[in-house]
Design a protein around this ligand. Structure first.
Ligand SMILES: *[C@@H]1O[C@H](CO)[C@@H](O)[C@H](O)[C@H]1NC(C)=O
Length: 281
């Protein structure tokens, strides 16, 4: 039995949706020339604000203070989507904060804002042994000013419920500040890697003796291209009809971008829960 790894950094001593996406969702701030097959593991530096919904989720540890633990995505002015396992250590919002507008985590670049978290909501069916329903919502302490001084921050669109293989073949970008190789280190600058979505049947057969891949999972990547520790909760950015949708929230793999595909929580499976939870909280 292979061991699965969820992709957070632990630091220290070691269908139909009820509400629509935000009107601004999925629009890039910086126009980018995607001229090559850019390659998190196997990635290259993203351009500043190329993925303006990308969040660095920080955790307050007793030993080292605030540090980058996971990725997350802005989905509205007050809500951020991440992985359920990223908040397993505590459901107290005071233990987390979100950095929006971030690019190079090692220095201030004038666009970052640190926003506190006032509510942490894990998916009610989060199953830590099967790593299924690995999504959580974080409510911010104040709205992001999309039309004011934070117009370089944008929400990403979320897809509605759809057939699992509907987007096989779509080119997407996995992004994060996670380790650039198995047992490596977190990246200072946001990394992006272009990946193909894996068919559900091939992902199921690859993971046959490890775990069951369900309709709540989406698989992507190949040897040398994928996600790793520190990328958890971050988006799987797929451009459809001129807008970016996040098709996944980074969840787990076997080591990092080895012979197993990377696996994310399939956001389309959760869109109804997400918008319902947002509207009720
Ligand atoms: C925008 O202004 C608010 C209120 O003054 C401030 O808290 C926030 O940090 C600013 N955001 C950025 C990105 O500078």
């Amino acid at each position: 039995m292979r061991e699965m790894f969820v992709f957070l950094v632990i630091c220290g001593v070691f269908g139909t949706s009820l509400a629509a996406n935000h009107a601004l969702c999925g629009q890039q701030v910086t126009k980018v020339n995607d001229d090559s097959s850019h390659y998190v593991v196997g990635g290259v530096n993203a351009n500043p604000q190329e993925f303006p919904w990308q969040v660095s989720l920080e955790y307050n540890s007793a030993e080292v203070g605030w540090y980058h633990t996971c990725g997350a995505s802005v989905i509205s002015d007050e809500w951020v989507l991440t992985a359920a396992h990223c908040v397993d250590r505590s459901l107290d919002g005071a233990m987390y904060r979100c950095v929006v507008g971030e690019h190079d985590r090692t220095k201030p670049e004038g666009k970052e804002a640190i926003i506190n978290v006032i509510k942490v909501i894990q998916h009610p069916s989060w199953d830590t042994s099967k790593i299924v329903n690995d999504v959580a919502l974080l409510k911010l302490s104040r709205p992001i000013s999309f039309s004011g001084n934070e117009s370089h921050v944008r929400p990403v669109c979320l897809p509605d419920q759809q057939a699992v293989d509907n987007i096989v073949g779509t080119k997407c970008w996995a992004t994060g500040w996670g380790h650039t190789q198995w047992q490596g280190q977190v990246a200072p600058i946001l990394q992006k890697v272009q990946v193909d979505i894996t068919t559900q049947s091939s992902c199921k057969s690859k993971y046959l003796f490890v775990t069951s891949i369900t309709e709540a999972h989406i698989c992507f990547g190949e040897q040398g291209k994928g996600t790793c520790q520190g990328d958890s909760g971050g988006p799987l950015n797929c451009q459809v009809g001129g807008k970016y949708y996040s098709y996944g929230a980074t969840s787990f793999g076997v080591q990092c971008a080895g012979s197993y595909p990377s696996v994310s929580a399939r956001t389309s499976t959760f869109s109804a829960w997400i918008w319902q939870t947002v509207s009720q909280n």
